[in-house]
Design a protein around this ligand. Structure first.
Ligand code: PLP
Length: 295
């Protein structure tokens, strides 16, 4: 099988006729053309996506991702996704992947061709990059100003903060800036001095035995991995909290992680060039859990 396979489908919204996945759903080689020129030239990043991990044939946290897709569609005023169809499409995509190994499955719902009749939806699966080094040895990060106050979502809802939109150019630019500064990844901080999130990840801090992550005020994405890890920690009797975290608290943390669906948990070893305590054993425990089948 090719390293990347694209599964094309459309439009999978509640107001569109249900798609017969058996006849419409087909796998195409990633090197083959699949999307119309009209789609690519007019969509302006005006759409939403999800990336979920498929581990040994199991789609991780599929329902949490579908719920966030529904929420993103609502924020962006896109037609409501037909979740039953998306669920079936995920199952069809997973059934065509090898039974073992880690894959990234991307779900996309774009507004479609300009003046076109319906949105366009598609799924694309690719083998996940090997993230072993980051999981085992951690990452160096730099803090970058997001240029927004932490309550920006309420003041400027048209920024679509809190939706996972296709417009990730600034997130990718932040990662490039982090690399220019000799780090592996970035951590966004608000212009008024609060911790936010990574460009493609959520952040978790530990002070003593208390795990915290920024309040989901709408300015950041609600992370499925962070929420799953908090449930794991709570089941284990640990205290977790959502709150506004001043940037100064990064310097007093006993550990910091960036977490996301495909990379899983990466412990931070340095922030802005200063060493951060790295808990290899706990990070391993997190990743063992995150690699186990999760619904
Ligand atoms: N925040 C941002 C901006 C992201 O892009 C992502 C994932 O890509 C996350 C947080 C983490 O989300 P999840 O754990 O659901 O992958």
């Amino acid at each position: 099988m090719p390293e990347t396979v694209t599964f094309l489908i459309a439009p999978l919204t509640a107001d569109a006729p249900a798609v017969d996945l058996d006849s419409t759903f087909h796998a195409v080689d990633a090197s083959e053309p699949a999307l119309r020129v009209g789609e690519l030239s007019t969509q302006r990043g005006d759409g939403i996506f999800e990336t979920l991990a498929v581990v040994d044939g199991h789609a991780q946290e599929a329902e949490a991702h579908l719920e966030r897709l529904r929420n993103s569609a609502q924020i962006c005023e896109l037609p409501e996704p037909n979740l039953a169809q998306w669920r079936a499409a995920i199952a069809a995509a997973v059934s065509q992947l090898p039974a073992s190994g880690e894959f990234a499955l991307k779900l996309v719902l774009s507004r479609g061709v300009e003046h076109g009749p319906a949105p366009t939806a598609w799924l694309a699966a690719s083998r996940a990059a090997d993230r072993t080094a980051e999981r085992e040895h951690g990452i160096r990060i730099v803090s970058l100003d997001r240029g927004l106050a932490h309550d920006a979502a309420a003041k400027a809802p048209w920024l679509l903060l809190g939706a996972k939109t296709l417009s990730y150019a600034t997130n990718m630019a932040a990662i490039r800036e982090a690399k220019r500064r000799g780090a592996d990844d970035a951590l966004f901080v608000s212009s008024d001095g609060y911790v936010m999130e990574g460009p493609t990840s959520s952040v978790i801090l530990r002070h003593g035995d208390v795990y915290s992550t920024p309040e989901p005020s709408g300015a950041i994405l609600r992370g499925t991995t962070q929420q799953s890890l908090f449930e794991f920690l709570e089941r284990d009797g640990h205290a977790t909290e959502y709150r506004d975290i001043p940037v100064a608290e990064l310097a007093t943390a006993d550990a910091i992680w960036l977490v996301s669906s495909v990379r899983l948990a990466a412990g931070v070893t340095a922030l802005d060039g200063t060493a951060v305590p790295f808990d290899a054993a706990e990070t391993r425990r997190f990743n063992d859990y995150l690699l186990s089948p999760r619904d």
